[in-house]
Write a new protein. Structure first.
Length: 437
């Protein structure tokens, strides 16, 4: 069987340079109707999967025949082997450790922190103020996530270090995610030195907070870090730091990605924005949103569902074969990188008619009931599915509701350029603020 080869292959290096510079370029000209395509990390073939059936096989049916792969090897530079990056028994142990912090029953505890973070941000806004969209969203999100994660042992300077250095660390690590040799990050280039410095600064900030919590004995500061230390009695300070870093990274990246795309799409679709505002006005009547309001914000839920269909945070997910595996008609050798492209799965015509159209109403019960349950994969699938999916839905909805009931955010920037950091987000977009009447 002859498989389609992604565009841009060069002699000897294959697609390696494109993967290192901008992996999204590989999708230019890719066909979502192709179940499996070939890309080359040097002279050897790797595989890109965009079929729901093959995604199900990789994530669920044959999951034990794969490990997490090169994306997660790269992320381990920042967060070690954790619930986000580990495999096997270690993954099961660490997932059990962090799951209580992300349980939907904890969301009511976080809601006031969300509201306070949004309110503090909005107090500095003025009519006509223009800001970079990503900076605006990440500011409020960083405030919320850091206050949830750690409430003691970290000062404002260290919070500022998080905001400054975590994006630099993630950007640097993203560039090394698809290095076929695994050696490029060891070359002392200015970029690698900046990345290593950023990683060290972020880990130092978390490390100080862990040391403070340890020194306070059995005191419970009411934050996630206290819970990790209490329940992870057998873990070293470094391992606690790893898990805290994993939660910080996943929380800031996924929520920021979803909200940035939400603002962009509200600007592009004023009729959707009007329906969203109408629902917020009717349900909230001007008061601060709470978790009790979420079941009533039905259009908001459909809106976010469609946002993350078109722009899933985990847009492409790596795996690596542990043994020889047959994917469709292709026999994939052991130790071969395989990528499930959720971005393309979500654009399959047979799953989502008119797939490029932004349509929150495609998630009305009568229209979505025929959709396979696992056709929607913004947080992955199987036993490695993101444990914080409900947390992300709830907090992103609360943040959007807190802001959109009082302000209109108009995204400015065309054409929109998606970028990976490592989640999918729009770059080069500013936002202009105006109070709602």
């Amino acid at each position: 069987m002859t498989l389609p080869v992604l565009h841009g292959r060069l002699p000897l290096v294959g697609h390696a340079l494109t993967l290192l510079r901008n992996p999204l370029e590989l999708l230019r000209g890719a066909d979502a109707a192709d179940d499996i395509a070939v890309l080359y990390g040097g002279p050897k073939p790797w595989y890109l999967v965009s079929s729901l059936e093959l995604a199900r096989q990789i994530f669920v049916e044959d999951a034990r025949k794969f490990d997490r792969g090169m994306q997660f090897d790269a992320m381990a530079r920042i967060i070690g082997r954790t619930s986000l990056t580990a495999d096997g028994e270690l993954h099961r142990q660490r997932r059990r450790l962090v799951q209580p912090a992300l349980d939907k029953r904890r969301v009511p505890e976080y809601a006031p922190i969300v509201a306070a973070a949004a309110q503090e941000l909005m107090e500095s806004w003025t009519d006509g103020l223009r800001l970079p969209l990503h900076d605006l969203i990440s500011d409020v999100n960083f405030t919320f996530v850091t206050r949830t994660l750690v409430t003691a042992g970290i000062d404002e300077q260290r919070v500022a270090d998080f905001r400054r250095y975590l994006p630099l660390a993630l950007a640097g690590v993203t560039k090394s995610m698809y290095d076929p040799t695994g050696l490029a990050r060891f070359v002392p280039t200015p970029g690698n030195l900046r990345t290593n410095h950023a990683i060290a600064q972020v880990r130092a900030a978390i490390g100080e907070a862990v040391a403070h919590h340890r020194a306070s004995g059995s005191a419970d500061h009411g934050d996630v870090l206290s819970m990790l230390i209490r329940d992870g009695k057998d873990l070293s300070d470094s391992e606690i730091c790893d898990e805290a870093m994993a939660l910080l990274t996943a929380g800031t990246e996924t929520i920021t990605s979803a909200l940035c795309w939400a603002v962009h799409l509200l600007t592009r679709h004023p009729e959707v924005e009007q329906r969203l505002h109408t629902e917020l006005d009717e349900v909230l009547s001007g008061r601060t949103p709470s978790t009790e309001d979420l079941p009533k914000l039905d259009y908001t839920r459909r809106f976010f569902t469609e946002v993350m269909r078109l722009y899933p945070p985990a847009w492409m997910v790596s795996r690596r074969t542990l043994t020889e595996v047959r994917l469709g008609d292709v026999l994939v050798p052991a130790r071969t990188p395989v990528f499930v492209c959720v971005y393309l799965v979500h654009r399959r015509q047979e799953l989502y008619p008119d797939p490029e159209r932004f349509d929150p109403d495609r998630w009305l019960p009568e229209r979505s009931k025929s959709l396979p349950r696992d056709a929607y994969l913004p947080f992955g699938h199987g036993h490695h599915r993101c444990p914080g999916d409900h947390f992300t839905w709830a907090t992103a909805s609360l943040l959007l509701a807190s802001i959109a009931q009082k302000w209109r955010l108009r995204a400015i920037g065309d054409p929109v350029t998606p970028t990976t950091t490592p989640t999918l987000r729009p770059s080069h977009l500013d936002v202009v603020l105006s109070p709602r009447p």
